[in-house]
Design a protein around this ligand. Structure first.
Ligand code: HEC
Length: 143
């Protein structure tokens, strides 16, 4: 009933199915790497969070709205610059990080989030820059 030819064909089908699933599993690999890249983009720094007074965060939001920040930043989504919420995910609310971010707002630069360059803001006073940084980190979820 089974000709050797048919057996040969069945064998081929099994080999193809085996190779097919092997290739499919292989295709899953890059997807895993993608989530890895996303995680590395945030690079969350562990640490305790100080509280940011609501009045300070509100003032920072106003200062940012009156500056040019929103031409490159969005609250939720990556634009030319990182999303403010992504910045909040990376840095703990602590004075050294607020100081560092305030300096970066004034001096600009690149390399922390990729190759895009942030323009410098030499006219922003250091105290204002710290208040802006406080607003950005106040967007941290599940504090
Ligand atoms: C010309 C576009 C541009 C403008 C305008 C801009 N930014 Fe940025 N910003 C960027 C880019 C690009 C980065 C990422 C820099 C890097 O990778 O180091 C960035 C990064 C940041 C960071 C994170 C810095 C770090 O090292 O993690 C903060 C905080 C920030 N911006 C705040 C501001 C504030 C506040 C303003 C307005 C005063 C502003 N930005 C205006 C493009 C911009």
């Amino acid at each position: 009933m089974f000709s050797p030819n048919l057996l040969q064909q069945l064998q081929n089908i099994f080999i193809c199915a085996f190779l097919g699933s092997y290739l499919l599993l292989g295709c899953n690999q890059p997807a895993k790497q993608n989530t890895q890249i996303k995680k590395d983009y945030i690079r969350a720094i562990p640490g305790e969070n100080d509280t940011i007074p609501v009045a300070v965060a509100e003032k920072g939001e106003v200062l940012i709205a009156y500056s040019d920040c929103y031409t490159c930043h969005k609250e939720d989504k990556k634009s030319i610059g990182p999303a403010f919420k992504d910045i909040a995910k990376r840095y703990p609310v602590q004075t050294p990080y607020l100081d560092m971010l305030a300096q970066k707002i004034i001096s600009g630069g690149s390399g922390s989030w990729g190759r895009a360059v942030m323009s410098p803001h030499p006219k922003v006073p250091l105290t204002d820059a710290k208040i802006m940084a406080s607003y950005i980190l106040s967007l941290k979820e599940n504090k």
